[in-house]
Design a protein around this ligand. Structure first.
Ligand SMILES: N[C@@H](CCC(=O)N[C@@H](CS)C(=O)NCC(=O)O)C(=O)O
Length: 222
């Protein structure tokens, strides 16, 4: 098991990608250094569709992590891989119930909320279905708000919530929540109805490793 030197890690990322942002947070929290390879999702029709990236990840989505030649996509799989390979600053609780709870929060965002805001989905709405920009945004805000409201209710009632989604140390759940809050703000969702989510988000952003993963601080930020 590799527990320290991570000079061989390369992250294929796009500054604004929520899923890549999750992995950047995990890398930063663990204090891992990595090479950053930007994959511009819009330029020339999208570099995710061009070689060499499209062969490395046939799903044509960022992020992709390369660990000394081992390549893995899917942000949650990447974060759990990092957590097992680099146990410092663990991102999952030690007990089964805690792990289940953290994964539940992370998956509620990654499976039920985030996919609807993905670029290819939004492009289909305005392209193939000819929705106006306003209708697309109304559709998106509807689904993001519903997802965030459910999460707000869930977290506000949670006995295991602390400063962060679970307890007083950031976990996988926070790695996923922070980018979702960023995206919701970017898409003009009113975040006022979600005080619990906003408080956790603010606590996360106050940590330098999480702040360092912010889109605006990436080499490809525009
Ligand atoms: N479930 C995947 C989602 C990855 C994903 O949706 N990536 C987006 C950026 S956040 C992407 O690459 N979109 C490119 C496109 O839609 O063409 C993960 O967690 O890694």
């Amino acid at each position: 098991m590799n527990t320290g030197d991570a000079d061989h890690l390369t992250l294929y990322s796009y500054f604004r990608s929520s899923a890549a942002y999750r992995v950047r947070i995990a890398l930063q929290l663990k204090g891992l250094t990595y090479d950053y390879v930007p994959v511009h999702l819009l330029r020339d029709g999208g570099m995710q569709f061009a070689e060499p990236f499209s062969s490395m990840n046939p799903h044509k989505l960022v992020p992709l992590l390369d660990d000394g030649g081992f390549q893995i996509s899917q942000s949650l799989a990447i974060i759990e891989y990092l957590d097992e390979q680099f146990p410092q600053a663990p991102l999952l609780p030690k007990d089964a119930e805690g792990r289940a709870r953290v994964r539940q929060i992370a998956l509620a965002i990654a499976c039920d909320i985030h996919p609807l805001q993905n670029l290819r989905v939004l492009k289909y709405l305005t392209g193939t279905l000819s929705l106006s920009e306003n209708d697309k945004l109304a559709w998106l805000r509807h689904w993001l708000s519903r997802g965030l409201q459910a999460l707000e209710t869930d977290l506000s009632r949670s006995a295991t919530r602390g400063v962060f989604c679970f307890g007083d140390h950031p976990t996988l759940a926070d790695c996923v929540l922070v980018p979702q809050m960023f995206s919701a703000g970017r898409f003009g969702v009113d975040l006022a109805p979600y005080p619990t989510l906003r408080a956790v988000h603010a606590a996360c952003e106050a940590l330098e490793p999480i702040a360092a993963a912010h889109p605006a601080r990436q080499p490809d930020a525009e």
